[in-house]
Write a protein that binds this ligand. Structure first.
Ligand SMILES: N[C@@H](CCC(=O)N[C@@H](CS)C(=O)NCC(=O)O)C(=O)O
Length: 84
């Protein structure tokens, strides 16, 4: 199942400016893991209620939800090793 990343955006959805999200995007790309992004704005806390967290990045892998960029980077590393 494709990974889904909640990613901070500005008024313009194409403007993604969170350094934490960028780290995750670069790590996923580096590991060759496919993902889609969901543009998220600061005030859209409701959209993250499922994650019980109020910040991004949030990564969804099916039912699994990973918050905090460090944990996501660890997960990306493990996933890449498992798929090798
Ligand atoms: N410790 C968090 C930091 C994440 C974070 O601070 N994200 C900012 C965007 S760069 C955020 O979502 N802020 C929302 C807010 O403070 O309301 C992590 O490791 O991922």
């Amino acid at each position: 199942m494709a990974l889904k990343l909640y990613d901070l955006c500005g008024r313009d959805e194409q403007l993604r400016f969170s350094p934490y999200c960028w780290r995750v995007r670069m790590a996923l790309a580096h590991k060759g893991l496919e993902f889609t992004t969901v543009a998220w704005r600061f005030l859209d806390k409701q959209a993250l209620e499922f994650a019980d967290y109020d910040k991004v990045p949030v990564l969804c892998d099916g039912d699994q939800v990973v918050t905090s960029y460090c944990q996501i980077l660890c997960m990306a590393g493990q996933a890449a090793v498992l798929s090798d």
